[in-house]
Write a protein that binds this ligand. Structure first.
Ligand code: B16
Ligand code: MG
Length: 209
């Protein structure tokens, strides 16, 4: 029996995925590293430093930890500028309705984003009140596709993993949900999110019943 729904943030509830993309593209261009759609897909749901390492590997570039930290800071500063403009209007279609429906029907709601900016985005979207628990990405040791973040969220909410549905737009996120032994709803394309139990085009098609 399902008792909780745990959402990813970027690309599921709001389209910050495009801002992450713009940030990484800016860095890749600067470093003369080709940045295609396939590489961008690989970065979705992946934490900041791991994302940078994937981009550098594509360009066969080796940098010191200090230089990599500077690049991560640069990308984040750019990203933080972009997300300043976020308001309630930036909720993706169906997101608010899904949250309201779940609340009204008594389901627990969690947020499992690896983004260290998740709290500020949730505040800007004005949806903080819906969540029974929001994972602080800083407390997570292993990012998606490791299931840690989803398991930690279920534990904090006080439900078993098999009583949860996870909702994700990223390949790494779907894998994390499945490894956590949860039901996985993919948001996006069936041909990309092949490990999801079901795939919806957007939350507009979400119906808990
Ligand atoms: P930050 P999610 C992820 O969020 C994004 O999908 C990913 O592209 C980003 O690199 C990551 O957060 C880290 O974000 O740099 O803000 O800490 O999809 O798990 O909500
Ligand atoms: Mg995402």
């Amino acid at each position: 029996q399902i008792k909780a729904v745990i959402f990813d943030l970027d690309g599921v509830l709001t389209d910050t995925a495009i801002y992450h993309y713009m940030g990484w593209k800016m860095l890749a261009d600067k470093l003369n590293i080709p940045f295609d759609e396939a590489l961008n897909e690989e970065l979705k749901g992946i934490d900041r430093m791991t994302s940078l390492n994937k981009i550098l590997a594509r360009g066969n570039i080796d940098l010191s930890e200090d230089d990599k930290n500077l690049l991560c800071d640069e990308k984040n500063a750019y990203y933080v500028e972009l997300i300043k403009k976020i308001t309630e209007d930036d909720l993706l279609p169906g997101a608010k309705r899904a949250l309201i429906e779940l609340k009204n029907k008594g389901y627990k709601i969690g947020l499992a984003s690896v983004s260290k900016n998740a709290f500020s985005v949730v505040e800007s979207l004005n949806i903080a009140n819906f969540f029974d628990y929001i994972v602080d990405a800083r407390t997570i040791n292993r990012g998606k596709p490791n299931p840690e973040i989803f398991i930690a969220c279920a534990e904090a909410i006080g439900v078993k993993c098999h009583e949860c549905i996870g909702v994700e737009d990223a390949v790494a996120g779907i894998e994390a949900i499945k490894r956590a032994n949860m039901f996985a709803i993919g948001i996006g394309r069936r041909d990309i999110l092949i490990k999801a139990d079901i795939v919806l085009e957007s939350l507009k098609d979400f119906d808990i019943d």
